[in-house]
Design a protein around this ligand. Sequence first.
Ligand code: IPD
Ligand code: CA
Ligand code: CA
Length: 251
Amino acid sequence: MSDLELAKEAVEKAGKILRNNYKEDYGIERKAKHDMVTDIDKRAEEEIINILEKSGHSVYGEETGKHEGDEKTWIVDPLDGTTNFILNNPAFSSAIALLDENDEILLSTIYIPFTDDLFHAVKGEGAYLNGENIFVSSEENLEDSLLVYCHGKKPEDAERAVEIYSELKTDCKDLRQIGSASIEFGMVAQGTSEAFVFPGAPSYDAAPGMLILKEAGGKVTTFEGEEWDLESKTMVASNGKVHEEIVERLG
Ligand code: IPD
Ligand code: CA
Ligand code: CA
């Protein structure tokens, strides 16, 4: 099986676990003020790791950390949108990216169980939603744009999100927090949103969606307009057309 086939199988099987346990009884833990985890996050991660380990690559899972393999690394977010899952809000996903030894993102998959939507991208080969090529929107005006945002788990990330909200909310069609970073990337990649703003993005939240967005023709930088990498603390992912104006306002 190819790496892409394994990544697709892993997110779909994890998605099945999420769907089967939605609105059921499960344990919930609060890891930090803005960070929750359920037993289902852990079950889904276990399933994904069992599948991805067949590739021989290392795995970094949000819930279980590093599992040693060869020099390539799978980055795994088994349940992106845990708070939505707990709220009985179906906007959640499973997301995976494969990185080479230089942290270049080689491929990624995102699966949304409730809409049965599967995104995938391989570097240099375009972005796809359920097998169809997708592209970012061509909207050029911020005031006609629909923006989405989320924030990392540190208190300063939430404070920055409040500033972003007051800076942008009234100057665009709308600015919404969807609650699953991978779904928000997917919205920009398929052109239903113009930009996704994310202070405090960790690698497992950013890597899968980031490749899909770039392969759909989008642009990703820090709030300062600098090239984004896995160590960056802020991120703007857009259709490229409204990027500069957002960076000017946030930088
Ligand atoms: C979270 C979601 C949310 C974002 C948080 C993430 P999790 O992921 O993507 O939208 O605001 O920063 O941590 O914890 O549900 O995997
Ligand atoms: Ca996440
Ligand atoms: Ca997660």
